[in-house]
Design a protein around this ligand. Structure first.
Ligand code: DGT
Ligand code: CA
Ligand code: CA
Ligand code: ZN
Length: 581
């Protein structure tokens, strides 16, 4: 469990304790501990062997230390498990509804003994919430709207959440005897920005005979985070885990594993097109095999590669399987050579303790260097972002000096001095041109006044792009996945201007941003706009999130040549001053 996962469990436990009516001191101790851990620069799991260091964290006493030890050794917390048993795990989903806090949930529970979203919605529709103490018709209407919002977004999960679930389940499945391969398929394998449900495929001797399968199915159904079993069949188990995500685990014989991977990776549109091609060539294609249409004899099925080869296609990477021209390109041998993680030479959007980051310049540099990067840039916030303690001109100049001093001291990585400067409502930038001119890299981002008329927002971004100091536009649409829509503007006009001025667009890899998204990235490429893939790290551990950005870039058919931070350091800084080919 990483710090975020631990903090989550502690926050949930605090809420459950509050619902349970326990004293506020105890509730607060869980919340404080959660907050402290969330903000900790080092991972609890790395220091748990040294109790003194853990106890030195403000808000962590002996009791909380024992809780942390339990979570890290068993993955669960007894205090929480007992409360969930008492109130049912569905309580955790209720807590996710905006504006529905522990106090109201406790009130509903004490009156009706209801603890699930469907049940509460029914009560609200029947007018049974407004008659509770301190509630009214307005509260009831607001609750119904919040439940509708919850349903709209709750069907999908951020890619990192899905990946973490898949990894946990994979670790559990790999301990089962007779299993040789475990592979996530579906939207997660295609790298989609959000994932509906997890599709996990397994194969090995345990999946071959009926007896072995029955045993395997039993083992899967005992997966500890499993909250409710949806269906248990001969070769498939479907269930829901604690966070509400549905998982389908399929048991497959080795000879059709490739066919199943192909089928269950999708997308549906890609599969339909591929099956039509197979039919034209005299084959049938399904999740068991590619077979001769007449004799029904399988001709391929063990691997995906042999299926694509039989269909006279180059192998199509999962990220491209959306029926957006990939089959045609595979036939003509013109699939792009997609960018990959190893092509990136630097990450150039990150924050430090000087504003709202959690680590120092040195700490960020150590971790960036360990990743094998040749360069990086420190790009803290500007003053308009007051809650992030953004920099004014004076502090920004001091910060440049600090960055340069660390760069001189640290070997093996070039540290560029940069800034993430706010784009003000009128398109002016938050720092003086003189100060911006001293930076190696200037990322300009919108962090406020999102709700302008589209024409106004377009003008605002065009004005930004006209500023000669601007190297790239940060998270250009401002969307926060599952929470906030992109602000509206004329993307095409902005991309056209950016191409002309040689201002790059960011692909922000943070899983809740992924901004630009795959569709806009493809549009940018068509307009001749270059991309910079960044993490926007606020913590050393966030540098890992670059993989999600790379996935989106691949989904957009981007190659190394489309992405500026594949360039060596000297060429890269020149590109940040509008010099690229
Ligand atoms: P999701 O879960 O909404 O994020 O998206 P997927 O792509 O994982 O979709 P899911 O879980 O419904 O199905 C997994 C894959 O199974 C899907 O990508 C393609 C395949 N599949 C599902 N239903 C059909 C179907 O009716 N026809 C074909 N050809 N393939 C299907
Ligand atoms: Ca799926
Ligand atoms: Ca599925
Ligand atoms: Zn930002």
């Amino acid at each position: 469990m990483d710090n975020k996962a631990i903090a989550n469990v502690l926050y949930e436990t605090a809420d459950l304790l509050e619902i349970d009516g326990q004293d506020s001191f105890r509730v607060r101790s869980y919340r404080n501990a959660a907050q402290a851990i969330e903000n900790l620069p080092e991972q609890i799991k790395d220091i748990i062997g040294e109790p003194k260091r853990v106890l030195a964290i403000p808000g962590i006493g002996k009791g909380m230390l024992a809780n942390l030890q339990e979570m890290l050794s068993s993955g669960t917390l007894t205090v929480q498990a007992e409360l969930l048993q008492k109130y049912h795990p569905s309580m955790l989903q209720l807590l996710k509804i905006q504006g529905l806090g522990p106090k109201t949930i406790a009130l509903i529970w004490s009156a009706y003994k209801v603890s699930d979203v469907d049940g509460v919605e029914k009560l609200a529709r029947e007018g049974k919430i407004q008659i509770l103490p301190r509630m009214g018709e307005k509260h009831e209407q607001k609750l119904l709207r919040a439940i509708a919002d919850y349903r709209r977004i709750s069907g999908r999960f951020l890619i990192d959440v899905a990946e973490t679930e898949a990894e946990k389940l994979t670790a559990y499945l790999s301990r089962m005897p007779g299993i040789e391969r475990i592979t996530p398929a579906g939207s997660l394998r295609r790298g989609r920005e959000t994932v509906g449900d997890l599709d996990i495929l397994i194969t090995g001797p345990a999946c071959c005979g009926a007896a072995g399968r029955a045993e395997a199915v039993q083992y899967i159904a005992k997966y500890p985070p499993l909250m409710s079993l949806i269906a248990q069949g001969d070769n498939k188990v479907s269930f829901q885990v604690r966070n509400g995500m549905q998982v389908d685990v399929r048991l497959l014989p080795p000879e059709s594993f490739g066919a199943a991977m192909q089928y269950f990776t999708g997308s549906k549109a890609h599969n339909v097109a591929l099956r039509q091609r197979a039919l034209k060539m005299g084959y049938t294609l399904n999740e068991y095999s590619l077979a001769d249409l007449k004799t029904e004899k399988p001709v391929a099925g063990k691997t995906e590669e042999e299926i694509y080869a039989r269909l006279k296609l180059d192998y199509i990477p999962p990220e491209l399987r959306e029926n957006l021209g990939e089959i045609d390109a595979a036939e003509k041998h013109v699939l792009p050579e997609l960018i990959s993680l190893k092509d990136l030479q630097g990450d150039v959007h990150m924050h430090t303790v000087e504003t709202d980051g959690k680590n120092t310049i040195e700490e960020m540099a150590e971790v960036a260097k360990a990743r094998g990067y040749k360069y990086m840039a420190i790009t803290d916030h500007s003053k308009n972002l007051a809650f992030a303690n953004g920099l004014d001109d004076t502090r920004a100049v001091e910060h440049i000096k600090r960055i340069r001093a660390v760069d001189d001291k640290v070997d093996g990585i070039k540290i560029f001095a940069g800034i993430e400067v706010d784009i003000l409502a009128d398109g002016e930038l938050d720092l003086s041109d003189d100060v911006l001119g001293q930076m190696d890299i200037v990322i300009a981002s919108v962090h406020s006044v999102f709700n302008q008329e589209p024409e106004k927002m377009t003008e605002r971004l065009l004005k930004t792009i006209e500023n000669p100091n601007v190297s790239l536009v940060g998270h250009p649409t401002g969307r926060i996945q599952l929470r906030r829509d992109a602000y509206k503007f004329d993307m095409d006009a902005v991309l056209t201007a950016a191409a002309k001025r040689k201002v790059a667009m960011e692909l922000n890899s943070y899983p809740d941003r992924l901004d630009l998204n795959d569709v806009h990235l493809r549009q940018a490429k068509q307009r001749g706009v270059k991309i910079v893939i960044n993490t926007d790290a606020h913590h050393t551990s966030h540098l890992d999130k670059i993989t999600y950005g790379v996935l989106q870039a691949r989904r957009a058919w981007l190659t190394k040549a489309d992405v500026l931070n594949t360039l060596p350091p000297q060429k890269f800084v020149r590109a940040m001053k509008h010099e690229w080919n």
